[in-house]
Design a protein around this ligand. Sequence first.
Ligand SMILES: [Zn+2]
Length: 419
Amino acid sequence: MEHPAKATNRETREHNERLVLATVYDSGPVSRADVARLTGLTRTTVSDVVEGLLASSLCEEIGHGPSTGGKAPILVEIPSEARLLVGVDLGDQVFTAAIVNLRGAILQRVDAPSESTNGEGALRLAIDVMERALSLAGAPVLGVGIGAPGLVDASAGTVIQAVTRDWRMLPLGPIVADHFGLPVYVANDCQAAVLAEHVFGATRGPNLITVKAGQGIGAGLVINGETFPGDGYGAGEIGHTIVDPGGRMCRCARRGCLETVASMPAILVELSDRLGHPISQEEALRQFRLGEPDAHEVVLEAGRQLGAALGGLVGALHVRRFVLAGTMAAFGEPWLEAVAAAAADRALGALAADTTFELGRIDDVVVLGASALLMTRELGLSLHPFGSPRPPRTPVAVAVAGAAAASTPGLAARLGAAP
Ligand SMILES: [Zn+2]
């Protein structure tokens, strides 16, 4: 067993490395002296850490900054492709695995239709798209982040239950980590989506709720700069709250869930009923944009139903910013306004006036959120309220292959060993 004092030294070193790394990521190009000022660490400590980061090529010197009297300082930064991320969206219709850089740009992507696969076959397809994406990576890969459907225990990387895939207690994270020999993190797709907005989005505040409305409906929460899974893993699971007792049958085998009135399948069923023939998502969008009355009515009613459900969240949490994502967001501003108006109707006036609803501007929100999950957990990067670095918590690495995580000498050394 490791000596306690030695363990403490290692923790301190790793903590300092993460703090310096996060500061250079957020503020770079930046001088060592400024990093010391921003972190409160001594200049000697910062220089030591930066040496380690340079040696592992995670950091780069990029020339001199302006002199403030003495010698012009050397600036360091984190190149956006110092490490690559594999971001995965195990979506209801398509599985996507993408190679993503450290600033959230998608460099390569592999898509595979996934609608008709479940169980073992779905797992094999998921590993196959990841394999194909990994073969396209042109630089060292940090690991894999996965946004999975259903209930996910992110701390263990286990899919507790995903009805659409017929997965129960599937140790997805450990299976993928074993297969590729890389660190793997898994989160519910909505919790991944909120991370995409929080980490790579245009504005960053301490609290944020992202609502994903598409095949299903769910919310992801960031509270005080951290994702909030709830006491277990179910925070934000609003899709199967019953809003219309006795309403349509839901895929969860009950009647009248929010998903049966406000999701994409719900509006397609309603529109098909009205028109007397099946209608596709593309056709529904086209009719909505053309102003066809049935399409308008059905879509806006779906928006109102979603908004009414979100009104409860406004009062419960008083989070000022809601971002709406998922295929329903393709109905744009009119749908958004229906959501916002219904939420405002249901919430306390003063709170409603203090809350904004906006359409997500990030495409591939689950792929990027899964990448953000990997990046923030593995490097401790950029998950700070108000954009200011603070000591990151010790990460819970999900199934780091080789089980070497607990005995590695430090972050820089571990990164140095990257392929
Ligand atoms: Zn349901």
